[in-house]
Write a protein that binds this ligand. Structure first.
Ligand code: GCO
Length: 451
């Protein structure tokens, strides 16, 4: 047994996202989001489900906050649904939408739980997608308008603001691979689009700061380590290029004020449509960075892939490694490697781990869920977090993904990531063994690592 301990003021929490838990898809004036449309398109979601009802959190938020309180959470990271606030994406503000988040925030503060709000966790108003969505440079000012409306209303009580959740994931899956909403696969548009995403972040930062001076402003990246599938030189280069495309293309403009030179070289025929002053806007100083971590990835050389000649080797499996229900390798070192990169390569910011967790096939037995694999997963990743902290990374908090089982995007309800089980037929919440373990960890500010 090794004791793993954390500082007294460490912010322990859980994270969620609006479309994954809220439901109430057509209530109180909410507009349609790209995920509403996408999930209602036949064949897009594995189990044919939608987020129409999800965990019905919109109506049950009081009970859910009471649950968080019982679990001793000190922080709660949630996201705001843009089309609830601006049903048409811009223009008219829907006060009922703002009220929902206002009541949620009051409920959290009354329970002594620090709210951390993400402005964009992927549910873009469909009305904006109809005007080109992220491919339209105007999105930066649309995002600023939305951000301004939200922060004006909640900025007196919410002190932690996040602009975008995992920019590269929604940009790549939504607009390059087309596997997520809005289901566009357009290589030609992707790079200028990614610049619009980065620019929107910058405009968002500015909008938050213009409305409140006391806010902690940040953004959230997922930067999985990309390892070469073999030790050939081609694969090493492929891994480096994939890392450039997936990770550095988003972290470097924001944290270092420039696009990675090696990737720019590979893209030399593409017009990125960068205008004077853009990079200054994108790289305004932040108070913190959020890091989401699940696993690592492998890449191999593939001459058929344009520009980067690299492909993700999703078939590359490690013998004896454990895999989650998502098929993701349990690789605790991923959190250590990612955290160290922020310190060593990306300006050494204050970091919050804003998501970390795993899906396993949980089963309800005699009213209980003994998810020992999830407990072990969290223990190992937290021990690796602790190691990064002792090696100098300024980690100030940790948010488990996720509070309650929910709508896992294209996987629908087939994947359970929660520390609390949801019986979707009754909407009953049942804390899993991992929830009890997490509560004890928070109380003790640490845990004993077996072995
Ligand atoms: C992400 C999102 C979450 C997911 C979680 C599990 O990281 O993809 O932030 O919404 O549900 O990561 O896939």
């Amino acid at each position: 047994m090794t004791a793993v301990t954390f500082p007294e003021d460490f912010l322990w929490g859980a994270a969620t996202a609006s479309y994954q838990i809220e439901g109430a898809a057509n209530e109180d004036g909410k507009g349609v989001s790209i995920w509403d449309k996408f999930s209602h398109t036949p064949g897009k979601i594995k189990d044919g489900s939608t987020g129409d009802v999800a965990c019905d959190h919109y109506h049950r938020y009081r009970d859910d906050v009471a649950l968080m309180k019982r679990l001793k959470l000190r922080g709660y990271r949630f996201s705001i649904s843009w089309p609830r606030i601006l049903p048409g994406g811009k223009g008219r503000v829907n006060l009922e939408g703002l009220d929902f988040y206002s009541l949620l925030v009051d409920e959290l503060l009354a329970a002594n739980i620090t709210p951390m709000a993400t402005l964009y966790h992927w549910d873009l108003p469909q009305a904006l997608e109809d005007r080109g969505g992220w491919a339209n440079r105007d999105i930066a000012s649309w995002f600023a308008e939305y951000t301004f409306a939200v922060v004006k209303h909640l900025g007196d009580r919410v002190k932690f603001w996040i602009t975008l959740n995992e920019p590269q994931i929604f940009a790549i899956l939504g607009y390059l691979f087309g596997s997520h909403a809005p289901g566009v696969a357009n290589l030609h548009n992707y790079f200028p689009l990614s610049h619009n995403v980065n620019l929107a972040h910058g405009y968002g930062v500015e909008a938050i700061r213009s409305e409140t001076r006391q806010a902690q402003v940040g953004t959230v990246f997922q930067t999985p380590p990309i390892h070469p599938a073999t030790n050939s030189r081609e694969d090493a280069r492929a891994a480096r290029n994939m890392d450039g495309l997936l990770n550095r293309w988003y972290t470097e403009p924001v944290l270092l004020g420039r696009y990675p030179e090696d990737i720019l070289k590979l893209l030399n025929t593409i017009d990125l449509k960068i205008e004077t002053g853009d990079l200054e806007k994108i790289s305004q100083p932040l108070d913190f960075v959020g890091l989401n971590v699940y696993t690592r990835m492998f890449a191999r050389h593939d001459p058929n892939v344009p520009f980067i000649e690299s492909t993700l080797a999703t078939d590359h499996k490690i013998q004896d490694a454990q895999y989650t229900a998502m098929g993701w390798e349990v690789y605790p070192q991923a959190i250590y490697e990612s955290l160290m990169r922020f310190k060593e390569e990306w300006g050494d910011p204050v970091v919050y781990v804003t998501e970390n967790g795993a899906a396993f096939e949980d089963s309800l037995k005699d009213g209980e869920i003994n998810d020992s694999r999830r407990v072990q997963y969290l223990q190992k990743y937290l021990a690796a977090t602790q190691k990064a902290m002792s090696d100098g990374v300024k980690v100030k908090g940790y948010f488990v993904w996720t509070l309650i089982d929910n709508f896992e995007w294209t996987e629908g309800y087939t994947q359970r990531f929660g520390i609390v089980y949801v019986d979707y037929a009754t909407q009953k919440r049942i804390p899993k063994a991992s929830a009890h373990w997490y509560r004890d960890l928070i109380e003790a500010n640490g845990f004993d690592l077996p072995g």
